[in-house]
Write a protein that binds this ligand. Structure first.
Ligand SMILES: Nc1ncnc2c1ncn2[C@@H]1O[C@H](COP(=O)(O)OP(=O)(O)OP(=O)(O)O)[C@@H](O)[C@H]1O
Ligand SMILES: [Mg+2]
Length: 387
């Protein structure tokens, strides 16, 4: 089974460098590894000082690099559906290129990249895929897409969740929209089931984990806390945090104040993230680029540990619990504040919204008619009583 590690974090904290170092070390230890960049501002090539393209390129024994081109990903995986959506727009009087633009659902372009991950994972092409992603907000959008997409598709088309087949006879022509022809139907079904595969692969905690990268400054710390909360809310597993660019004792008098504030923040980070593995990485006196320095960085991070191991105890993101005649939903969402939380039951779906991120959970039958009352935080877990 292909192991997948995804690195995310604020802009410039060192995601690409750490992804490169992790992938390189794993390849050197015998794992067939692909490092894949989904950040449109690709810099994987700069980390390795090697020209790479939109298809995997072998750069040494066991190591492959790929910088995805979104345009090619769409061509490869989404073309038919896009054609249908474009004709749909045209039928509504939207002309020319605008129809094509509008036919692109938000997040759709970027999400097509995930279909590469699906393909490699299904075909077992690699032992390990390391994903170097765009800064936090973008990668959260990417990671929340598969679920949002399935949700929309199930409402747009009567799709059977079990077989992923569209129940055609039920589909009524509404608003005079053109009914898609068979090939479009087939491609919608295919996409729907592929996106569900993606979701299953990425939320399977025995194969996919996310590692957060941050720097010891308040802005980065705060963004990391938020990212951690949202990732857990979406059901992803986070197994490590890398604090990068820590100034060392010998970094000179000018940085004295910085060193003090970094030490303080590192302590706070360690307290806040006590439940996951934390790595600390010094600020180097040169950029970690090229195989030699990346290897050194990898060793600095993992020491004798295996980069591909799952480095923390992963708890299930959501638990449904019955205690006597009381029913509870328990979710791990540390750092979320009660005042930023919105909960309600809409027809058997529990909608959880924290800040601008929302997730829909299908409630078990026994809770489908109950509404979320009393929500309390208890040791980083949100305990929702269903009444
Ligand atoms: N430990 C380190 N010591 C010194 N320089 C570092 C260290 N880690 C990263 N850098 C440098 O910091 C810069 C940003 O690193 P990198 O590109 O890996 O970050 P990123 O999080 O991927 O950025 P982006 O958000 O732009 O994708 C690069 O110039 C990189 O070489
Ligand atoms: Mg980067």
């Amino acid at each position: 089974m292909t192991r997948i590690i995804l690195f995310t974090g604020k802009g410039g904290v060192g995601k690409t460098s750490v992804s490169a170092a992790t992938g390189l070390l794993s390849a050197m230890e015998g794992k067939k590894t692909l490092i894949i960049s989904t950040d449109p501002a690709h810099s994987l090539r700069d980390a390795f000082n090697i020209e790479i393209g939109s298809e995997p390129k072998k750069v040494m024994e066991n190591l492959y690099l790929q910088e995805i081109s979104v345009t090619e990903a769409i061509k490869k995986y989404w073309d038919k559906l896009k054609l249908y959506l474009t004709s749909l727009m045209r039928s509504q009087g939207v002309e020319g290129i605008a129809a094509e633009e509008i036919a692109t659902l938000p997040g759709f372009d970027e999400a097509s990249q995930l279909l590469y991950i699906r393909q490699y994972a299904m075909e077992n092409t690699y032992d390990l895929i390391v994903m170097d992603t765009a800064p936090t907000g973008e990668s959260l959008k990417l990671l929340s897409f598969p679920e949002a997409f399935s949700w929309y598709m199930e409402r747009l088309f009567p799709i059977s969740r079990k077989t992923a087949k569209i129940m055609r006879p039920l589909m009524k022509p509404f608003l005079n929209l053109p009914i898609p022809d068979d090939t479009v139907f087939a491609s919608i079904e295919e996409l729907y089931s592929q996106m569900r595969d993606v979701k299953d692969i990425l939320s399977d905690s025995s194969r996919t984990t996310i590692r957060l990268v941050c720097n010891p400054d308040m802005m980065s710390f705060n963004e990391t806390k938020r990212a951690y909360t949202y990732l857990l809310m979406y059901g992803y597993s986070v197994d490590a945090l890398i604090i990068n660019k820590i100034y060392q004792e010998n970094s000179g008098e000018f940085l004295t104040k910085w060193r003090h504030s970094q030490a303080q923040i590192i302590k706070e980070i360690e307290d806040a993230f006590g439940d996951i593995k934390i790595f600390k990485l010094p600020m180097d006196d040169e950029e970690p680029t090229g195989m030699k320095r990346l290897q050194k960085m990898g060793k600095n991070i993992y020491g004798d540990m295996k980069p591909w191991d799952i480095l923390s105890n992963i708890e299930p993101p959501v638990e449904f619990e019955v205690m006597g005649n009381k029913k509870f939903v328990r979710m791990k969402v540390p750092f979320a504040k009660k005042e930023n939380l919105d909960l309600h039951n809409r027809g058997g779906e529990l909608i959880v919204q924290i800040d601008n991120w929302r997730r829909v959970f299908f409630l078990p039958q026994s809770m489908a008619d109950l509404s979320p009352e009393n929500a309390e935080f208890n040791k980083g877990k949100l305990v929702i009583e269903m009444v």
